[in-house]
Design a protein around this ligand. Structure first.
Ligand code: SAH
Ligand code: DHB
Ligand code: MG
Length: 231
């Protein structure tokens, strides 16, 4: 095995060990979160949900602004949905959009088991197709948006979220650093180019203050963009 690969495996082991340590003390699972991951695995969903410490971060961010309306792009098995749903004020609501009907079915059960069926509004379809109805219904403004669906559309989701936010809202996008390829202007990966476009949009947007934080952990090397609307 090339040396760089062995080094990478050792680093990944350490990142995962630290994630497990932190999760054990600060982001521990109750039975509903465990059941959500077990049901997702049993149904063959890809294990690409946020890590426990990342789920806790989303929860803390939403709680710190006392979010009452949350929008999520990309539900998968509702693991992040549960972390975010638990941050809502008692009269809060969370809309989550998922393109894959089989994933959505698993998510619905996981949300019910977590006792969040009354606050989570799970909609099935490609997010860009679902947004006009959300707009027409006047759902929102959203206090917190989590962008975590198809990465090519993250800039479009950001633009929509911004138009459906209020001063003080947070918009968080996952998977923006992509093992460092974010810095590669010449990348021919459309997912990377989309994250670069997102950064250029955010930089040019007077209505937000933002940063990107690189992360390592159980899910490897990636990062979040965090934008505060019109503070
Ligand atoms: N937020 C989840 C992980 C989401 S993974 C968590 O952390 O627990 C990305 C999800 O986006 C997948 O379930 C995928 O089916 C969904 N997705 C892909 N394209 C989409 C689209 N156009 N609209 C809505 N969801 C989409
Ligand atoms: C992957 C990771 C994610 O966090 C996500 O939202 C989608 C895909 C991945 O590792 O493939
Ligand atoms: Mg993600």
């Amino acid at each position: 095995m090339p040396e760089a690969d062995s080094v990478r495996i050792l680093m990944q082991e350490q990142w995962s060990a630290v994630d497990s340590y932190v999760a054990g003390l600060l982001a521990s699972h109750d039975s509903a979160l465990n059941a959500a991951l077990e049901a997702s695995e049993a149904a063959g969903l890809p294990a690409i949900q946020v890590s426990p410490p990342q789920g806790k971060l989303l929860h803390l961010l939403a709680r710190s602004i006392e979010a009452r309306a949350i929008l999520e792009f990309g539900t998968l098995g509702a693991y992040s949905t549960i972390w975010l749903g638990r941050a809502l004020a008692s009269d809060g609501r969370l809309v989550t959009l998922e393109a894959n009907p089989a994933y959505a079915e698993v998510a619905r059960e996981n949300v019910s088991r977590a006792g969040l069926a009354d606050v989570v509004d799970l909609r099935v379809g490609a997010a860009l197709d679902l947004l006009p109805a959300l707009h027409a219904e006047g759902v929102g403004a959203f206090d917190f948006t989590f962008i975590d669906a198809d990465k090519e559309n993250s800039p479009a989701y950001f633009a929509w979220a911004l138009e459906h936010s209020r001063p003080g809202s947070l918009i968080v996008a996952d998977n923006v650093v992509r093992e460092g390829t974010l810095a590669d202007a010449g990348s021919d990966d459309p997912k990377v180019q989309a994250q670069r476009q997102l950064h250029e949009m955010v930089a040019a947007e007077d209505r937000v203050r933002a940063t990107t934080i690189q992360t390592v952990g159980g899910k490897g090397y990636d990062g979040f963009t965090i934008a505060l609307v019109d503070p």
